[in-house]
Ligand binder design. Structure first.
Ligand code: ADP
Ligand code: ZN
Length: 282
């Protein structure tokens, strides 16, 4: 009799085990989804909006360059500083991508270089970004992705010296592990609608419908230079220039601040940036 029931009991156990696993998987997916909704950038930003009403409106006219690996969050932090603190942001990557989208002469020249993850010529980038900077007057400024080489850094410092603004210049170095960076970039999607260009993260801010932009319904795609080979090339290029740049800034007596951005939420990184720069609550 027992021999007759044993296979049946085994089958029941297997069935229970399966049920248990299915339940466990559904619960953990639900929990993940909840965490993303509760703590994803959008909610973090809403929370931040409430918290930052107490930030002093008058920011000193500093000129900051963010030095950080691709994917370290330079762009996100810079955009927050623009929205909350009225910084003017010059992102060379964004300006160049715009040139490509508009098919200008410069855009056509740099499209291939950018797709491969290599650097655009110092002369072209410097001329492009300093022209924009000069139009801006004396206003708090963040350079995102510039200078990237010693030649560019020299040009910027000379330019600021001529304008008598050198003592307002700060280097903010964003520190993060390469493994985190690779993970972030391989999960980044961008809206292909040129007028939108919203950025999503499959980790932190997934679109409601897969591959469709929540804001404009445009198709989401990976930035060509976020493909794995280009990411590796960008990290190599960054590592090569980072030390040279830091040495140059130190030799030139620049004011350097370090911000650890690994494993931090966006508001945490933003608050730490504020306290680093002495931007206080009223
Ligand atoms: P990331 O920092 O994530 O690499 P960016 O948007 O800052 O992305 O830059 C994308 C690409 O634009 C770079 O890989 C490079 O080809 C070009 N680029 C941006 N800024 C510079 C610069 N200062 N000098 C040379 N090339 C640049
Ligand atoms: Zn969009």
């Amino acid at each position: 009799m027992a021999e007759y029931f044993i296979p049946y009991l085994k089958w029941v156990d297997m069935k229970n085990l399966q049920c248990f696993f299915i339940l466990f998987l559904s619960l953990s997916t639900l929990q993940q989804r909840f965490c993303l909704q509760a703590y994803g950038p959008e909610n973090q930003l809403k929370k931040l909006e409430k918290e930052t009403t107490t930030i002093k409106q008058e920011i000193p006219n500093v000129i900051i360059t963010f030095l950080g690996a691709p994917g370290s969050g330079k762009g996100t932090l810079a955009q927050l500083c623009a929205q909350r603190l009225d910084f003017k942001v010059f992102s060379t990557g964004d300006i160049l991508r715009n040139q490509i989208a508009q098919k200008t002469e410069l855009g056509l020249q740099v499209a291939g270089i950018m797709r491969r993850g290599e650097l655009v010529s110092d002369k072209q980038v410097t001329q492009m970004v300093l022209e924009k900077y000069d139009e801006n007057g004396d206003h708090p400024v963040i350079f995102d992705g510039y200078p990237r080489t010693k030649v560019q850094a020299k040009s910027l410092l000379e330019h600021l010296k001529q304008l008598g603004r050198l003592e307002k210049f700060y280097v903010v170095a964003l520190e993060i592990d390469d493994t985190l960076v690779v993970q972030r970039l391989s999960n980044r999607l961008v809206c292909s609608n040129k007028n939108c260009q919203a950025v999503y993260s499959l980790l932190f801010r997934p679109p409601v419908e897969p591959n469709i932009c929540d804001e404009c319904g445009g198709v989401l795609s990976r930035r060509p230079d976020d493909e794995p080979e280009s990411v590796q090339e960008r990290l190599r290029v960054y590592a090569r220039h980072e030390k040279i740049l830091m040495d140059f800034y130190r030799e030139s007596g620049c004011q350097i601040k370090t911000l650890d951005v690994g494993e931090k939420t966006i508001p945490q990184a933003f608050w730490e940036f504020c306290s680093l720069m002495g931007i206080e609550e009223e």
